[in-house]
Design a binder for this molecule. Sequence first.
Ligand code: PBG
Length: 329
Amino acid sequence: MAFPQQRPRRLRKTETLRKMVQETRLDVSDFIYPIFVTNGEGVKKPIDSMPGIYQLSLDNLSKEVREVQALGIPAVILFGVPASKDAEASSGYDPEEAVQRAVRSIKEHCPHMVVITDVCLCEYTDHGHCGIVRNEEILNDPTLEILGEIAVSHAAAGADMVAPSDMMDGRVAALRCALDDKGYYHVGIISYAVKYASAFYGPFREAAGSAPQFGDRRSYQMDPANLREALKETRLDIAEGADIVMVKPALSYLDVIRAVKEITDCPVAAYNVSGEYAMVKAAAANGWLDEKRVVLEKLLSMKRAGADIIITYHARDAARWLREEEGGA
Ligand code: PBG
């Protein structure tokens, strides 16, 4: 046989050629930036395990959101650190709590910013679980009602979309009913359809103060060993009315993102979670990795796997780096 006719290196010869044949491209419009909001004034509390990420009070939030907007990032997702917690998560639907006030404030100052809210009980319960607890059991159906109240209170504040992250069965349908019942037909649902019981959420629990006080989340979040179950959860959430389905975490689950993408016409989101962020930040701080290149590579891999949208704590840095590259820097 003669020397192979195909020489793939022909298409790798120059930067311009490489760009021409590039199959996947990251864009700032892919990103959603997570923000932790809290009460009080002048609060900008660093989260030790997530360098660059803070709990912010309302006064500091507007500055942050304006920066996010100026970078071209289209959306934020809000998590609340409330003033009080109880067994029933009642601070979760308090119209004067941090998330509800933050939504109103962002919509006033940056009306074009897409505002998404995390809907879950764990940030608001004293036991730290994502549902109502009886005898150390996480109850499903009584939790749905409270999730509905939380979602409606976020919609009333002006949220564009709500994102249920609790993993109770039937929550997407329950939220859709609760929202429609109050006339919030236009408020979308981005469901954490495929959420694994993952050790990569560790730093988030410090950020949101939401670690479970007993046991773990394995009776409601998924077993990392399961792929077919991910498809089942996806189909259920879409049938119940989800507008966007999410896979979480992202990096160890690229195969799941791909598989979910192949069975749905809905946009697919990937959540590049706190532990995935912390690993890169720690290695970069030690000089062991090139942060910019590693971050852009991992975000690109999520998109290549099939994610249309990426929720990431790296969004601001990544937006800046993408802009630099465009400018030819
Ligand atoms: C709340 C929630 C969690 C995350 C998003 N929403 C934590 C958990 O389920 O324990 C994790 C996000 C991250 O790690 O960045 N249920």
